[in-house]
Ligand binder design. Structure first.
Ligand code: DAH
Length: 346
């Protein structure tokens, strides 16, 4: 009996040590200490032993049970500790994994093209100018040779600003074009001049796919001695070729704008079909691009320049239209309506 108990203890302790998980340990527990367990059976039989054996075997079996119990508790703690360590190791924070970058914006297509336009003109020696969006009637119209009763005013219907008026410059409007900065720049810097003026412009207009109340233009102005339209042709062919990264030709057609004389419209050869004719250029091979001309003597005078000494040319094109052409955007309203799904494509 003593031997049996001792070998049972040895066996039990070995099996406990071998158990690798709480559930395996539970099984061992049931095997020895369960209702029908090996040790339970022995303990149950103690009461039937002879008076001589009972105290000794009773004591021994209790010792064995206590040893086994103690070992169970120990082993359970060991296993739990190992499992915790394992769990923690799974949660290990790998500092070499790239982080999740926070969402940041990107440059709007209008700004991207504006920057490109500025870069190219800058390389050709043009400075970048700015002017107010809320402009006086004087700079927007009179200074550009468009008096109050001039029919050209009808072409550029605009928003008037309530209760803002001054004696010298009249009422205030949201500028209909970037041209007012021509006179402002001449007044401020005199001649010679070589500037472009990108900026936001406004018209009182019913909106549709190709008209919006707010859009962007780029004005150009070159004033010097002995300037002719051939300089304009050269500059524009060079600018457009650099912008589209291919050879682009330009042509002039007569056009009318009160602030230039002679006035003209400039077309460039279609960058999609190289002039062969396609949908973009409506099968003409040419794309209508901008208004331009030799600066009118009245405008030079308004800018404080002597028109006998200096002359120059000016141009104005739609930056918004250029962006639409470049990216094949068919509705002007997409550029300013804040639709992220659309704008994220650029
Ligand atoms: N300001 C004109 C417009 O918005 C465009 C323009 C035409 C500008 C001829 C010029 C120019 O500088 O010479 O329609």
């Amino acid at each position: 009996m003593d031997k049996m108990l001792q070998s049972l203890e040895k066996q039990a302790l070995e099996e406990i040590s071998k158990a690798k998980s709480i559930s395996a340990l539970k099984e061992v527990e049931v095997e020895y200490l369960g209702r029908k367990g090996k040790l339970t059976n022995i303990l149950r039989g103690v009461k039937d032993l002879s008076a001589k054996d009972k105290p000794r075997i009773g004591k021994l079996s209790n010792e064995v049970k206590n040893n086994i119990d103690k070992r169970f508790t120990e082993r359970r703690e060991e296993i739990e500790e190992q499992e915790l360590k394992h769990e923690l190791s799974k949660e290990f924070f790998d500092t070499s994994i790239p982080g999740i970058s926070p969402p940041i914006g990107h440059i709007h297509p209008l700004s991207q093209v504006q920057e490109e336009v500025e870069r190219i003109f800058n390389q050709m020696g043009f400075a970048i100018m700015d002017g107010p969006e809320a402009e006086s009637e004087y700079y927007n119209f009179e200074g550009l040779n468009i008096p109050a009763d001039h029919p050209a005013r009808d072409m550029q219907d605009t928003f008037f600003i309530k209760d803002k008026e001054d004696e010298k410059h009249g009422r205030f409007v949201l500028r209909t074009h970037t041209s007012p900065v021509q006179v402002r720049t001449m007044e401020k810097y005199g001649a010679p001049l070589r500037v472009i003026v990108p900026g936001r412009t406004f018209r009182y207009e019913a909106t549709d796919a190709s008209h919006d109340t707010t859009f962007y233009q780029v004005e150009g102005l070159l004033i010097d001695k002995n300037i002719s339209l051939s300089h304009l042709k050269g500059i524009m062919a060079e600018f457009l070729s650099r912008l589209f990264e291919k050879d682009v030709n330009v042509r002039f057609r007569p056009g009318y704008f009160p602030f230039v004389e002679p006035g003209l419209e400039l077309d460039f050869s279609c960058f999609m079909c190289q002039g062969d004719g396609c949908r973009l250029c409506k099968h003409t091979g040419w794309i209508e691009f901008m208004g331009a001309g030799m600066v009118h003597p009245n405008v030079l005078k308004a800018g404080g320049l002597n028109s006998d000494e200096y002359q120059g040319w000016a141009f104005g094109f739609g930056l918004t239209r250029l962006v639409m052409m470049k990216y094949g955007i068919n509705d002007i309203r997409l550029l300013t309506n804040g639709d992220l799904q659309f704008i994220k494509q650029f």
